[in-house]
Design a protein around this ligand. Structure first.
Ligand code: MLT
Length: 233
C-alpha cells in the first residue's frame, strides 16, 4: 500500500527519505496559493529562489520579480505575495522569479525528492486526484513559519489525508493529527484560523481578504510541478 506522511516543518525534513516520494509543498498563506493562482492566469514558469538578492538579480534577465519578506512586498520587486496580484492576466506568458520567507525555502529543501508539486486549497481536488493516481509514496511538506509549525498548512495536509484515507497507509501520527484538525476546522476555516499566528501577522498588515480566498477549495485545476529547478504547470 502506498503511504502518506506529513512533515510539519521544513526543519524536520532530514527525518524523511525523499528519493521515492512525491512531495507536495504547501504554504497556504500565501506562497503556494499565489503560485497556483499565477499559473491559473497564464504565467509560463516560476523559478523559486530562497535568496532575496539572487531573486532581485533575475530582473536583469527579464524575469518578473515576485514575493515578500515577513509578509511585505520587497522594495524593487514587481509583485508582492497576494494572490489578487496574479489574476489580471498581465503576466500571461511571462517568467516569474519568486522568493518568500518560507514557501520558496521549503521548495528548495524538497529538491531531493523524486517529484515535487505545489499544493494549496485552491487546487486541492486536482492534487488529491494526482496523488491517488500516482505510484509514489507521498510526503506533504508544510512550509510553516521560520521553522515553526503553523495551522493553515497543517489543515491542508489534513484535508489531503481525509480525502485519501481509504487508499493510503501511514507510519507516524502527523497525518492523523492533521486529519483530526482539518475535521474540526472544515466547517469554517476562516474562523478556525482566526487566532493563528500568521493570520494575526497578516491582519496587522491589513491583509485580510487574502486569507478567505486562500482557504477556498478548488478554484483552479492547475498543478505546478518542479522540473530542473523551475515550476511549470
Ligand atoms: C511565506 O512564504 O512565508 C508566506 O507566503 C508569507 C506571506 O504570507 O506573504
Amino acid at each position: 500500500m502506498k503511504t502518506i506522511d506529513v512533515c510539519l516543518s521544513p526543519e524536520l525534513l532530514h527525518l524523511y527519505d525523499l528519493e521515492d516520494r512525491t512531495i507536495v509543498v504547501v504554504d497556504i498563506l500565501r506562497a503556494t496559493s499565489c503560485m497556483v493562482t499565477a499559473f491559473a492566469h497564464g504565467v509560463e514558469s516560476i523559478t523559486p529562489i530562497a535568496n532575496l538578492e539572487e531573486c532581485l538579480r533575475m530582473k536583469a534577465k527579464g524575469y518578473v520579480t515576485s514575493g515578500e519578506r515577513d509578509g511585505k512586498k520587497v522594495d524593487g520587486f514587481d509583485k508582492g505575495n497576494s494572490p489578487f496580484e496574479y489574476m489580471d492576466g498581465d503576466l500571461r506568458g511571462l517568467k516569474l522569479a519568486f522568493t518568500t520567507t518560507n514557501g520558496t525555502l521549503a521548495i528548495e529543501k524538497s529538491k531531493g525528492a523524486k517529484e515535487v508539486i505545489i499544493g494549496s486549497f485552491l487546487n486541492l481536488s486536482s492534487v488529491v486526484r494526482y496523488l491517488l493516481l500516482g505510484e509514489n509514496n507521498i510526503l506533504i511538506v508544510c512550509a510553516g513559519w521560520k521553522g515553526r509549525v503553523n495551522l493553515e498548512d497543517t489543515l491542508f495536509a489534513g484535508a489531503v489525508v481525509e480525502k485519501l484515507k481509504d487508499y493510503l497507509g501511514w507510519d507516524c501520527d502527523a497525518p492523523l493529527a492533521a486529519q483530526h484538525l482539518y475535521n474540526l476546522a472544515k466547517g469554517d476555516m476562516v474562523k478556525f484560523l482566526d487566532s493563528s499566528s500568521h493570520v494575526k501577522r497578516l491582519s496587522r498588515l491589513n491583509i485580510s481578504k487574502d486569507i478567505e480566498f486562500c482557504v477556498t477549495p478548488d478554484q483552479y485545476k492547475v498543478i505546478p510541478r518542479l522540473k530542473n529547478g523551475v515550476l511549470l504547470a
